[in-house]
Design a protein around this ligand. Sequence first.
Ligand SMILES: Cc1ncc(COP(=O)(O)O)c(C=O)c1O
Length: 488
Amino acid sequence: MNEDYQIDHNEQSLDPADWDSMKNLAHQMVEDMFDYLKNISKQPVWKPIPEDVKKKLSVDIPLEPQSSESVYQDFKNYVLPYTKGGIHPRFFALVEGTGTPLGALADMLASTMNSNVCNGENTPMYVDNQVVQWCKQILNFPSFSSGMLVSGSSMANNIALTIARNNKVHDNVRVEGLVNVNKKMVVYCSTETHSCIQKSVEIIGLGTTALRRIPVNKNFQMEIDALKNTICEDIASGFIPICVVANAGTVNSGAIDPLCEINDLCKKYNLWFHVDGAYGAVAKLTDDYSDELLGIEYADSVGFDLHKWMYIPYEVGCVLIRNAEAHISTFSLNPEYLKIAKRGAMAGPESTNNLGFELSRGFKALKVWMSLKEHGLTKYKIQIAQNINQARYLTQLIQKNDFLELLAPQSLSIVCFRFWDSSLSEEKLDILNTEILLQLQEKGIATPSSTVLNGKFAIRVCIVNHRTKYYDLDIMLNEILKIGETLL
Ligand SMILES: Cc1ncc(COP(=O)(O)O)c(C=O)c1O
């Protein structure tokens, strides 16, 4: 150091100058957030964002400081009131879980620890490993398999498909890329498969044309004969089939592909069997779906989300890979600065960087660990079964009403239906139901989402919500009928 250097002992830090006032603010936040959660059912599920609020959220980067208290006020005024509504008992859109109070607190604890859970001899690494082990138990996946907590199922599916590809063309692909693979590799999935699978197939360098979309039956499940025929045709035409992606709960209608039959075909033709269980895999815990979801445990890999039907706050998903060696050989890279030391802080378990693309990772395992300890698996089983029964109840109400039409068999906790009247053409029904859905959302009554099934616009209700009560479904349906009749 330059001898003339004058040290400025007034170093700054980003910690508060006054810890007590920061603590008061923290207490206030906890008070506010818990009141917010407690009273959420009295709020509209969703409300439009006023233009002046949007303006507040598109300003230049602040150069000068603002007090923590006023930053929090900004959050309360401009951010908190205009969410998607995912914690509300009548939020039924997409496949979005509800979070829990202890899960939220766990995120605060994890952020305070600020652990980067990728390597080293530290307890977050062990909690992370423990949670992955618990995930295997949830799905009855073999304990010798490997796995990792990830941001969600898009990432989980991508990791699995990358391993499936490498496993088929062996390690060489890491060195040479795909240039020496002179035949086109192909992947199979049903026409109902989530778009993240197409993205993955594109990212791993196979191109969209490598995705064979197999037709589905009237229950939206993959047609097994069509799958078999397509595989045989591809082999005869010189393609390299590498993987079948089966759905354990499609995003549209909750359909479960015939997992055991797909597994048999995969074994017969030496294909990687991957299950996208993002939404439905955890229904394996329930008595009603344990049979239909049998087969996940035979898969080469499975991706599923804890932030969906395990109600853990966003974000956390999991990928499990039966062949741990194939997993590691796809991702491991150990430069000097990442090597596991023999002793000291940088010793410890396998680096998670050797199990996926990401290096830095937050301590997402903590909220899962704390939530599973708080409730125990049995309570989750009951909670998931409750959502399934609520979907059944809704289905019954729809079937009993002449103005409502079910558009897909109810599967898991998804119900797709529409308002119906014999006087209306298909085109008019689509327009009417779009308007009903929008009004329902804009009035803040309930937030289902939509999809199109067999060319028909469907109001789609997905209940992965531990706050929903049966009467919430009555409230939603009554309003749908009211809006529909008024529009008619
Ligand atoms: C069947 C299915 N697969 C994959 C995904 C993607 O999961 P994520 O949003 O956690 O990335 C979803 C999301 O809803 C899904 O329903």
